[in-house]
Design a protein around this ligand. Structure first.
Ligand code: NI
Ligand code: MN
Length: 227
């Protein structure tokens, strides 16, 4: 499993021979000016919820990749299928087997509305269970007891992408507790630094995890990580 960071909460996951893009938001990210959203190639797009900083470039990427399948909660799926894009609807608790592996949609505690005011249903996270790794992508969420259900209902996680920026989501102290709940010691941080509200002290965040013998990875823009 290969992970590439496009800033904020946007990750490309290469697994099972497919390219999975999470939360496409690049062109509106003041920190990602060096990245070209039109260069992104993917087979799947996974929006965790409908806020602009997660779907801002979704239509651009989908039109550049006409074969790509958008996998989102029912309301997000319906929104994009009405625009003529390819979608697969899911809802929380369900698994679906795709050609790269299985996906479970899981709980997230946040809100969700499209920039044009259309309700986005509820926010969600995803667990990707593929032959070359198991990854939890939390999306925007508070720390929630429901995270404890993940190790009870999913294979052992190899890594998890958790928000750590506070204000709109949990902070890194809560993400450390989340890592206990999901029984995963390898955490990749997201949703930090992009705007003034979510600036974090990288050193302090990383050492908070290290003190508990856990790993918090804060990837550089464009950096690729092999899991
Ligand atoms: Ni959000
Ligand atoms: Mn967000």
């Amino acid at each position: 499993m290969k992970l590439t960071y496009y800033g904020h909460s946007c990750f490309l996951v290469e697994t099972g021979g497919k390219r999975l893009l999470f939360d496409p938001f690049v062109s509106g990210n003041p920190l990602a000016t060096g990245l070209d959203v039109n260069a992104i190639r993917c087979d799947y797009i996974f929006p965790t919820h409908a806020h602009r900083d997660h779907i801002g470039d979704l239509e651009t990427v989908a039109r550049n990749n006409p074969e790509a399948l958008i996998v989102g909660i029912w309301e997000i799926s319906t929104y994009y299928s009405s625009k003529g894009l390819r979608t697969h609807p899911m809802n929380k608790g369900g698994w679906w087997a795709f050609d790269f592996g299985r996906v479970k949609m899981v709980q997230a505690v946040h809100s969700s509305v499209f920039p044009d005011g259309t309700p986005g249903g509820e926010p969600a996270g995803f667990v990707i269970d593929s032959p070359d790794g198991v990854l939890y992508v939390a999306g925007d969420t508070a720390l929630t007891m429901d995270m404890q259900l993940i190790p009870m209902t999913c294979p052992t996680l190899d890594a998890a992408i958790l928000p750590v920026g506070s204000n709109f989501t949990m902070d890194y102290a809560d993400a450390l507790i989340a890592s206990d709940f999901i029984r995963c010691d390898r955490i990749i941080g997201c949703h930090y630094d992009t705007f003034g509200f979510i600036k974090i002290d990288h050193k302090e965040a990383v050492s908070t995890f290290a003190e508990s013998r856990k790993e918090l990875i804060l990837m550089d823009l464009g950096e690729t990580l092999e899991l």
